[in-house]
Write a protein that binds this ligand. Structure first.
Ligand code: XIL
Length: 423
């Protein structure tokens, strides 16, 4: 493949033009001046509420500073955060303020996907992703990368350009370039996203994706090995959805994810964590199956991240108070169960405000056209009952008996009381 002639040069990340940097809120610019050369400490210790806004609005004093999600999470050795839209960090002060105040970890919602990064086969455009990383650095926040390999968000030039002959090379080159650019700066990478689809009927459960078709089933291991080659420190994650519930379909899918992880581990592939996306519906009640899955991963020495939590309310009648109550209960029950597990140490919601949730896009909208309320802050940046449920669940970690326990400490096999569903 030809050397890329990136929109931003190979020499690395440069400060964005002034207009793009106003969101850094000046004080942050100094930190940004060191740019991404400033190493991000990995892991998630650090008890710091971060700079955040100078003067919180009175109505927000109950949820800001020491009462913020990030402050509560830090008390329990956890990271909490959300997916972000770079343009809003830049252009909407309330958005930037809320993200700065509440999150200790960010993930670009779309900016690191192939379709966003790769305008042409030989070009990379890192500007929006860089904006997120610079914002995070300047607000003492960590960053997840999402994602290096997925069957969606594939650029239009892909079909016809990527073939069976060059697919492995395209994948390798992409990962070396993208993960290499941010090497040493990211908390974790979703290396492969959503590779399992039990409905496809393959014995190995792999989705019939362009990557499977063009590069064969070895593409997943190749992606993980290449990611490790490019970045020695990011926690390498397999991320998937539809594995939270104990319905027959989700039990099957969870089992195939576990088998995939076991195969990768058995071959010595570098995989550190599983991302449970956690796109839930109001009233969903994840149970023992997911708990066993998390415990089994713990015994394998692996972390579990809640990577994309939101709760859609599209099946509920239109009473805002009633919807909020069911959404909040879903948050509370799910997070209280998950955060009782020491190896679940990171929670991200898929967005911070209902104003910009993907659930109000055409694909997911409510039948009555009313906006959904799936996130910790509503359309006007007021905290929702889900905010308080999330914060309470974070606090429940103390009562679960491992306050501030170090999730990176060696695991003690056999002590979690798990019973495998996947023998
Ligand atoms: C979604 C984004 O939120 C949308 O803005 C975009 O149009 C489509 O992708 N699982 C994932 C995420 O891993 O990347 C998806 O994000 C949501 C489902």
């Amino acid at each position: 493949m030809a050397e890329y002639a990136g929109v931003i040069g190979k020499e690395g990340i440069k400060a964005s033009p002034k207009t793009r940097r106003e969101f850094l809120m000046n004080a942050a610019a100094a930190a940004a001046a060191g740019g991404l050369a400033t190493a991000l400490p990995l892991g998630c210790g650090g008890r710091k509420a971060g700079p955040g806004p100078q003067a919180a609005a009175p109505t927000l004093s109950a949820v800001n500073g020491p009462r913020s999600l990030r402050a509560h999470a830090a008390e329990h050795g956890m990271l909490v955060g959300c997916a972000v839209v770079p343009e809003k960090l830049d252009g909407e002060p309330d958005y930037a303020r809320t993200v700065a105040e509440q999150a200790s970890i960010l993930v670009p919602e779309n900016a690191l996907k192939w379709a966003a990064l790769r305008p042409a086969p030989d070009q990379y455009d890192f500007r929006k992703a860089d904006d997120v990383v610079v914002f995070a650095l300047s607000h003492d926040q960590k960053v997840r990368g999402h994602n290096l390999c997925w069957h969606e968000a594939i650029p239009s030039w892909f079909a016809g350009t990527v073939t069976k002959d060059n697919a492995a090379q395209f994948l390798t080159q992409h990962i070396l370039t993208v993960a290499g650019r941010y090497a040493g700066k990211l908390h974790s990478w979703d290396v492969v996203n959503e590779a399992i689809d039990v409905k496809g009927g393959r014995p190995d459960g792999l989705r019939d994706s362009p990557w499977l078709q063009l590069a064969g089933p070895g593409y997943i291991e190749l992606a993980f090995r290449t990611a490790r080659q490019a970045d020695a420190t990011a926690l390498l994650t397999y991320n998937d959805y539809g594995i939270e519930l104990d319905t027959p379909e989700q039990i099957d899918k969870r089992g195939q994810v576990m088998m995939l992880v076991r195969r990768l581990k058995a071959r010595g592939a570098p995989i550190d964590a599983v991302g449970v996306q956690s796109h839930l519906s109001a009233g969903d009640a994840p149970g023992a199956g997911l708990q066993h899955f998390v415990r089994e991963l713990r015994e394998m020495g692996m972390l579990v991240f809640i990577t994309e939590l939101d709760v859609n309310d599209r099946k509920l009648a239109d009473s805002v108070a009633d919807r909020d109550a069911v959404v909040a209960k879903t948050y509370r029950d799910f997070l209280t169960m998950m955060l009782a597990e020491p190896n679940v140490n990171v929670v991200l919601t898929w967005g911070i405000t209902d104003r910009y949730t993907w659930l109000n896009g055409p694909k997911n909208a409510r039948p009555d056209g009313k906006p959904e309320r799936p996130l910790p802050f509503d359309y006007d940046y007021s905290p929702t009952p889900a905010f308080f449920a999330e914060r309470d669940a974070i606090d429940s970690r103390r009562r679960s008996g491992h306050p501030g326990s170090d999730p990176y400490a060696p695991f003690s096999p056999g002590q979690s009381g798990s019973r495998s569903e996947y023998q």
